[in-house]
Structure formats: C-alpha cells, structure tokens
Design a protein. Structure first.
Length: 276
C-alpha cells in the first residue's frame, strides 16, 4: 500500500492508517471471497505477499516493477532492471541483425520503461519502422538510424540511472500555457495564453518547403499539409520556451489537424520521414 506523506501529518496518523488497512482487507474479503474459496482457489489477498511487507504503508514502495517515492514525487527503475535494460540496448546496438521474435520482445521491454523515460517516445519511429521492414524476412536489420535510436535510448537510461524521474515530467498537470496553431502553404502561426498575458506569432515557410508541398500542381511532393500543421505545433512549443522556462511544465496546444495532433501525442510514427 502506497501512502502520500500528507496523510502522515494528520493527528493520529499511524492509528488511522492501521484502521484503513484493516478496513481494506475486510472489504476485499467481503467482495472477492464470496462465495467462499474452493480448495484449489487461492485467497483473494496473498498471505505470502502480506508477510513480505507488500501490504504495509510506506512512502517509498516497489509497485509493478517501479520504485515510487511519494515524498520526493519520483519514479525509477530498480537497479537490476535498469542494468538489464542497458545491457539489452548495448547488445542490440552492437548487432547487425536480430530475429523478429527477439526484436518484438525487446520492443515490449522498451515500451514498458519508456513511460518513465522522458524523451524516449520519439526514438520508436526508427525502431518500429525496422519491425515493419523485417516482418517479411523475419530478420531485423540494425541500420544506422536504428543503431542511433538504440544508443540515444541507452544514453537516456544511463542518465536516469543516476537520478529518478520526477512525476511532473511524465504526468500532465494544469497547463501553464493554453493555445492553438494553424498552418498553410505560405506559413504557420499561433496564439497562446497564460493567466495574465496573451501571445501571438507567425512565421513564413521557406520557398523550398512551399515548392515541395503536395498539391494538384505538385502531386509528387514530399511535404504534406499535415507536416506543416505538425511544424506549427512544434514551433509554438519553441516560442513558449522563449517566453519562460518550461521544465516540468504542462502545456496545451490545439489544432484542427488530426494527424498532427496524433503525432505529437504519441511522439513517434511507424515509418521514417519528415514527420518522424
């Protein structure tokens, strides 16, 4: 059981926690143990885990493979998991080819830890693209782009082995800025607000980009309207960062382009290209 430090500050905190623990265990028995357990069925609450301390109150606890600290507001991988992840990344980066089965297993592990590794989402574009290309041959080629993403992921994991991840880095809070962007062939622009001020910006696209936009006159272009809308969302983040320090801050950018919103929310695509 995981408890925030503010609960412990109240008068009679320990007694209140003991009462709450007993109440929860009785509630589990009343709901999940009826009808009564059969001979081959385990108890709803594991006695073995209770004896190991899993049911005790603590401000620092191992939950689902993660170490959470409610006083410091942090989450981190246990040392043995962090070392295993680093070893996996080094092994993959030093290989030239791996089987699709092994690659799929590795991607599952990386997806699991990516939730608490800020900045890792964008690295999955090359990794997922390699999976798609290797689906036919059952072999994954470790190309230059894939190796670069693996080593970048390794760098992030090594950095987080020296410090935990603050929950404010990965859990959205009330937005510091709220805004919207739009883009077209000629350029992009946006507006955003904080509690007291409003900001407006715009910027034109270079002619080289405009001439590569897919259109009736240029059906084989390499830039889509969604790419321009995507650029507008990213540019607004850059403008926000020029106004104030966005470290640990939550911001909200709105757009009428579904692909651009999806890309920014997921942080990665399954193919390589300008968007990824």
């Amino acid at each position: 059981m995981f408890v925030d430090d503010f609960i412990l500050l109240g008068q009679g905190g320990p007694a209140r926690l003991t009462w709450m623990q007993d109440h929860l265990l009785h509630a589990v028995d009343d709901i999940l143990d009826k009808p009564l357990p059969a001979k081959l069925r385990n108890e709803a609450v594991s006695v073995k885990k209770l004896r190991n301390g899993d049911g005790g109150w603590a401000t620092r606890k191992l939950i689902l493979g993660w170490t959470l600290d409610s006083e410091q507001r942090t989450i981190e991988l246990p040392p043995h998991r962090s070392e295993a992840c680093a070893l996996l990344l080094r092994d993959l980066a030093s290989s030239r080819r791996v089987s699709t089965k092994r690659w799929a297993s590795a991607m599952g592990k990386l997806r699991f830890i990516s939730y608490a590794v800020p900045g890792s989402a964008a690295l999955f574009s090359a990794l997922q693209s390699a999976m798609n290309l290797g689906a036919v041959s059952n072999r994954i080629r470790i190309t230059k782009e894939v190796r670069h993403s693996l080593l970048a992921f390794l760098s992030l994991v090594d950095d987080l082995s020296n410090r935990p991840t603050y929950l404010a880095e990965i859990i959205p809070e009330d937005p510091l800025f709220l805004g919207a962007t739009d883009a077209a062939k000629s350029g992009m622009g946006g507006v955003f607000f904080d509690r007291t001020n409003s900001y407006l910006w715009r910027h034109s696209f270079p002619l080289e980009v405009q001439n590569r936009l897919v259109s009736t006159n240029c059906p084989h272009g390499s830039v889509t309207n969604s790419d321009l809308e995507h650029a507008g969302l990213l540019a607004q983040l850059a403008v926000m960062a020029s106004v104030t320090n966005l470290q640990y801050a939550t911001v909200e950018n709105l757009s009428d382009n579904i692909p651009a919103v999806s890309r920014v929310a997921k942080g990665a695509l399954s193919t390589l290209g300008p968007a990824s």
